[in-house]
Design a protein around this ligand. Structure first.
Ligand code: UDP
Ligand code: MG
Length: 326
């Protein structure tokens, strides 16, 4: 290996005051080790993106930066923009000043010790290294079940996502620059990155329990995220509606023929209940299908407005300030 290259970490933070200092400490130790092994350059940095936190998170980030400006820096978003947008704000800020970049959650659920392996895989020529969970022992049954169903459903719907991979991944500068060409407002990074291509690999890690604080992904947000993932990467639900409509139409013609024969033959005993059932069934299906179509129309609406995906209020580091273009 020649010169060690520059690694930037991008860590989105939303109300993470309980855990942030510990995260910073663990990353600092990891950086020191990697620097002394000559695996990463001394210009490498850790960038915390404050996603409109309501607690002391931004204050802690500023404090970390003041103590060690050569290591920690921070970006303050003007309002809470969501995890994916916060990550993107970080990535677009560092895309021209790093050689490689790792995105990681602030709660230490992703294993800091996997960073070594990711960096090594990068030097082996991989442009993307996906962190994949090998065990989900620490998740509740409910979280495991919903996550499994999500990946299975995504696959069924034809969207290409890496199984059990969230947003813990390394990307090279080249990949970040390609990512900058994706202008969509409805972000789903784990679907977008595989679309970019290039040589990639997976590294496996055990996902820990959140060190402190609470999950910012309650069921409602998780469902919204899953629906966003599917509708952003697949039009299969729309095609399914057509198939469903066709099957229902054929079935209703058959039912009509049967009703006609029964009437002529004088053996009608079809009554109120069957009529009601079919009305409810068809009504329900129609509403469901309209809902799916509405989901796509809503997305088109959000996309055509082309609103900025995040707004940056403050940079702690001048070099980063000059780089970022939304
Ligand atoms: N996060 C964020 N903005 C949000 C919600 C979450 O930047 O609106 C960050 C959060 O601070 C954490 C990461 O995204 O670093 C993942 O969130 P969390 O751990 O709550 O999700 P979970 O692991 O429970 O799915
Ligand atoms: Mg978490």
């Amino acid at each position: 290996m020649n010169q060690p290259e520059i690694l930037y970490m991008v860590v989105p933070c939303y109300n993470e005051q309980e855990v942030l200092r510990e995260t910073a400490e663990q990353l600092k130790n990891k950086y020191s080790a990697l620097m002394s092994e000559g695996l990463i350059s001394r210009e490498s940095r850790i960038v915390f993106v404050n996603d409109g936190s309501k607690d002391q998170t931004w204050g802690i980030i500023k404090e970390l930066h003041e103590k060690a400006p050569e290591l920690y820096s921070g970006i303050d978003l003007a309002h809470n923009s969501g995890h994916q947008n916060a990550v993107l704000a970080g990535l677009m800020t560092v895309k021209d000043i790093c050689d490689m970049c790792i995105t990681m959650d602030a709660d230490l659920q992703d294993d800091v010790n996997t960073i070594d392996e990711m960096v090594k895989k990068y030097y082996e020529g991989n442009q993307v290294v996906y962190g994949v969970r090998s065990a989900r022992d620490t998740d509740t049954f409910f979280k495991k079940f919903t996550a499994e169903s999500f990946y299975k459903f995504m696959k069924l719907m034809g969207a290409d996502v890496v199984y059990n991979h969230a947003d813990f991944r390394l990307m090279s500068r080249r990949v970040l620059q390609e990512l900058a060409n994706f202008k969509e407002v409805n972000l789903f990074l784990r679907g977008m990155v595989p679309l970019i291509g290039f040589q990639n690999c997976k590294v496996y890690y055990e996902r820990h329990e959140r060190l402190a604080g609470e999950s910012k992904y309650p069921l409602k947000k998780m469902l919204a995220f899953a629906v966003n993932g599917i509708t952003s990467f697949s039009t299969k639900p729309l095609k399914l509606i057509t198939t469903l409509g066709f099957v229902m139409s054929v079935a209703s013609i058959l039912a009509f023929i049967w009703a006609f024969i029964a009437k002529i033959g004088g053996f009608t005993e079809h009554g109120w209940s069957s009529t009601m059932c079919s009305i409810w069934l068809i009504g329900g299906l129609q509403l469901f299908c309209l809902g799916i179509i509405g989901e796509y129309i809503g997305k088109i609406y959000a996309e055509v407005k082309q609103r900025p995906r995040y707004i940056i209020a403050e940079f702690l580091n001048d070099a980063e300030n000059k780089q970022e273009k939304n």
